[in-house]
Design a protein. Structure first.
Length: 141
């Protein structure tokens, strides 16, 4: 149980700064798709890679997703292998000039807040956690 709690906290800590996105494009390539014109904030990002040191964290999960529901709210959804689906809700805002996203979420009683930038529908986070290098990569679905 303690291991699952630590893993959940580690994933949550990593996801907050990664939460961004909203159909991001480069400043010199405006996006004129129907989605970007109607509801650019609605997007889903799937965790494609998660490593802590040399250990593959994704082998412990069937999936980890971030879903932007509207212009202010998102859901972090994940399902441990052999476990039950977990969903946590949070809030976010996006600076349209810098394309920085600021998000906050409360998971297991801990409020987490962070900023990040999404480019070309992908974002990654690298941090040192417990003396080990953590790397997480998310991609727009």
């Amino acid at each position: 149980m303690k291991g699952k709690l630590l893993l959940t906290a580690a994933i949550a800590a990593l996801l907050i700064p990664c939460l961004p996105a909203c159909n991001a494009v480069t400043p010199d390539q405006p996006d004129y798709s129907l989605k970007s014109l109607s509801r650019p904030y609605i997007a889903q990002y799937e965790c494609k890679e998660a490593r802590l040191g040399g250990e593959n964290l994704l082998k412990s999960f069937e999936y980890i997703k971030i879903i932007f529901l509207n212009a202010e709210e998102f859901e972090l959804t994940y399902k441990p292998v052999g476990g039950e689906k977990k969903i946590y809700g949070g809030n976010y805002s996006v600076d349209p000039v810098s394309r920085e996203l600021e998000a906050d979420i409360t998971i297991l009683g801990h409020r987490l807040k962070g900023k990040t930038k999404v480019e070309n529908g992908k974002f990654s986070i690298q941090k040192t956690l417990g003396g080990k290098e953590l790397y997480v990569l998310f991609e727009s679905k």
